[in-house]
Design a binder for this molecule. Sequence first.
Ligand SMILES: O=C(O)CCC(=O)C(=O)O
Ligand SMILES: [Fe+2]
Length: 343
Amino acid sequence: MTIQEAGIPIIDFDGFGDGTGERAKQISEDFYAACRDIGFAYLVNTGVPQDEVDAMFSWSKKFFELPYEVKMTAPHPPRGDQHRGYSGVGVEQVSQMVFDEARLHELRGKGADFKESFDMGSDHSPRCQNVWIEEHYLPGFRAGCEHFMSIGRALQMKVLHALALGMPHVPTDFFDRYHTDGDNQLRLLHYPSAPWSVFESGEKGRIGAHTDFSTCTFLFQDDVGGLEVESPSHPGIFIPAPPIKGAVVFNIGDFLMRWSNDELHSTLHRVRAPPRRPEDEEMTRERFSIPYFCSANADMTIDALPGTFGPENPKKYAPITAGEYVNMRLNATYVGSGINGSA
Ligand SMILES: O=C(O)CCC(=O)C(=O)O
Ligand SMILES: [Fe+2]
């Protein structure tokens, strides 16, 4: 394990194999320690070919270059929990555990996240249906996204297996059993170029500080930067998580925090303007990123694992099904979703 400058470890999966050898054990222990201490890790040599990642970025770019009217032929439904399709700039305001409608309204009034996105998931998701643009607008786009989702799914199963090997109190097949539906979400994000002054004045951010809702996230980012992670030792202080070529950023989501009764951190993170380069003029660079969110089956109950709680250390969270929890948080994210979850 090497420690990256911001304190986020780099975990090298080279030699993980089928997860049974000594090297796999070492990787799993290092990986678990990163999840416990920071909640974030850079993963390298995971087996995801770089040209597949490059191809997905290229589809994303082509999609966002389409005229707005075309993108809007696949609109995100008004309900926040139907998290599919295209959301234009200003539609979403990521919030952290704010469920009161008046307070959400006030937050959104301060300027929604300056980004546009396209979300898709498994065609078999029990929670929501995909919303695609018609094929002729961008031939091959849908197949490219579906192909990348299958790459993400294989990555998820390998990495969750490593986590189960390194994590106390977890049977090695635990995550396999909770994730049979592959109810995951691939998200294409585009943060448009904007004048520096917009960010400096605090008028807008790229994405507000939040934790991710479900089990874990794999994030592919381009070379622009701007992702920041809250320091575990200094709450309120955010440290940059700059792009590393060939690495995928992994982070713990709220389910893992709940399963582990807070032993694992679902760490706050946000996206700000990228670091300013000498050659930059009055505009920031645009940025593309591709998170792949992994969720447990919607009907599974997320509850603290035996061994993580006791008389001295009671359960911190009430049990809740995966579906209920994700819907509650998504409905707080969407402008005008008109649905108010309860905390
Ligand atoms: O774009 C990024 O780097 C982060 C995106 C993110 O945190 C999210 O979509 O949950
Ligand atoms: Fe996130």
